[in-house]
Design a protein. Structure first.
Length: 133
């Protein structure tokens, strides 16, 4: 499922935080994200992705979730939507960028999920998912 990582990692997730996050989702609206273009790195989890503008609204959303349960808010947050994980040749990535359509429509973020992640992507597990109002 398409996603954008907002926060984490959390070493301890309890029912209090889950209920706070559910309430947060119920009291917050869908937000629109602005795509800044395709990009790539030589990193497994950022191999090929869509860069997302780190807008004031996105920063506020992260800050509000931080207030529910602290995480490393000071890290170098680089919002993105991964299109591919793994090790791919740089030339392949450049070729893909040259043929993909321009990103000129907003991306709708309509839910928040808690996901248990692992180095092996096949082991990722959605623990909870909440629709934004």
């Amino acid at each position: 499922e398409t996603h954008i990582t907002l926060t984490g990692p959390y070493l301890n997730i309890n029912n209090i935080f889950i209920n706070k996050l559910k309430n947060f989702a119920e009291n917050n609206s869908v937000i629109m994200l602005r795509a800044c273009g395709y990009n790539f790195k030589q990193e497994i989890f950022k191999s090929f992705y869509i860069s997302i503008e780190n807008s004031p609204l996105l920063k506020e959303l992260r800050r509000n979730i931080y207030d529910l349960n602290s995480f490393d808010l000071a890290n170098n947050y680089s919002p993105h939507i991964s299109l591919s994980y793994g090790n791919h040749e740089i030339e392949e990535k450049k070729e893909l960028i040259s043929i993909l359509p321009e990103l000129n429509i907003p991306i709708r973020m309509s839910k928040i999920a808690l996901v248990e992640v692992d180095e092996d992507i096949k082991l990722w597990k959605i623990l909870e998912s909440f629709d934004l109002n």
